[in-house]
Design a protein around this ligand. Sequence first.
Ligand code: FES
Length: 146
Amino acid sequence: MQYSEKVMDHFMNPRNVGEIEDASGVGTVGNAKCGDIMKVYLKIEDNIVKDAKFKTFGCGAAVATSSMATELIKGKTIQEAMEITNKAVMEALDGLPPIKVHCSCLAEEALHAALWDYAQKNGIVIEGLEEPVNDISEHEEIPEEE
Ligand code: FES
């Protein structure tokens, strides 16, 4: 399995690890199939994501994608934040091996769960945002190891 230099860099030196105490939104999602869990904290002011942090009990690709996803979301408006898909995160990391693509979904879903939490707390609707699931493996197929 070959990881890009960017994936290795974000795995070895993950950005934004930790938590935000007075977070505007917090999202936790897991994947029951691999057992990995991701928690994302967002600080949102005036419709802008001012800060993002994450904690994970997850594989290397989950660490790298969350690191990149939290980097990408900082400074974005909420609508721009909605455009940070797992595909966008993977592109920013110069790709992931196919068997690790689902790990990037964990990062995307955790961002969405945190945005959902923010929307709920503030009584707003974020266009295009669906209610998060706790276990993303219910919604996807993970390729089996050969
Ligand atoms: Fe589960 Fe990577 S193996 S997130």
